[in-house]
Write a protein that binds this ligand. Sequence first.
Ligand code: S3P
Length: 450
Amino acid sequence: MSDRIELKRAKKLKGEIIPPPDKSISHRAVILSSISKGKSIIKNFLRAEDTLSTVNAFRRLGIEIEEKLPPRRPPLPRGGWGGKEGTSSCELIVHGKGFHGLKEPENIIDCGNSGTTIRLLSGILSGNPFLSILTGDDSLRRRPMKRVITPLKQMGTEIAARADDAYPPIVIKGKQLKPIRYEMPIASAQVKSAILLAGLYADGETEIIEPVKSRDHTERMLPSYGAEIKVEGLSIKIKGGTELKGRNTEVPGDFSSAAFFIIAALLMNNSDVIIKNVGINPTRVGLLDALKKMGAEIKLMNVRDVSGEPVADIHCKGAQGLKAINITKEQVPSLIDEFPIICIAATQADGITTIRGSEELRVKESDRIKAMAEGLRKMAAEVEEFKDGLSIKGPAKLKGAVIDSYGDHRIAMAFSIAALIASRTTTIKGVSSVNISFPGFYKILKGLTK
Ligand code: S3P
């Protein structure tokens, strides 16, 4: 794919689509399967750059992982299947060796662009008695790591990182871990999961207290592999030393990927889109509450359970008269990855939409507050930038411009949706980054706008 794309205004979106498998759940499924005893089959695993970083990491740690690609699927009516040649989903067969079955890697482990890979892996490797070095691409090597290093040091491992423990590479010499009680200073599912995974290796009960509930996929998945875990409000307790057992699991579709099409459909009159098989875990769908407050009507159909996660088909139609809203610190974790696309919705809502308490967005794959403020201003929206968020005045008549995605998949996809409601042509730079979470994004978009 050339690294830029030119997009023009579209009239409406129509069709039925299946989003790619959930990225967070795919990472966790391969991690837990690798440290369990026996074979695990993971159905509908996300075959994208980030999750393949986790697969490759465990291969380097001596785990055999087979990938079974589906036969090429015929396109769905009017929409399209979610992958490059229909393959953003695959079946993974993991031959786990138990949590003491990992071997010392012969080389540095490259976690690519994936914060989830480097942070969750740090938790596991802290309890493994060998040397490992974790690094990543230019973006990952600028992301904060002290947040995982501090609690892991308290658990007794030897761990260090560049710039006084701030940034990757991270070097770990795993030790026998001791349990801790840890009050997390920031809401982060990656930090919480790193400590929970380290807790599996500790001799006793580890307790974590979150400031605000973050996505709970790790807590939901751990017991199904045999771990002993207790969740009470914001406290999570995990017992160390219980051997995990391989199992079969299925990954639902990714709400954060579906979000781009939910909002695209809302913003274009006469749109009618059904997004099938989408995870609607309550810790992930703050966007649905926000859109309801903005006046949008979104229907959840066929609500069901898939491997311990709630799933639905989502029906969205073009909406008119959206109203501006305020999004506060407490709401941010449940819509953290939807910030870029919410900003695009805000440009079409009447009034000033404000998102505060979201300084975490400055340390994602890019500084997402800066990237959105810069791109929206180029497209002629009125934006005020704060240290911890943004405010956007709507409704704005967006104008096509040249936008830098800063190599961030969610910024590239958000501005691709903005391009569909803007005058003239919008050029987006750095679009190969969509393969981090959503190979096939542009194929689906083309199918829906046809
Ligand atoms: C993720 C947690 C979130 C989210 C990221 C995936 C996870 O990050 O932004 O895309 O899989 O646990 P933080 O935990 O750093 O907020």
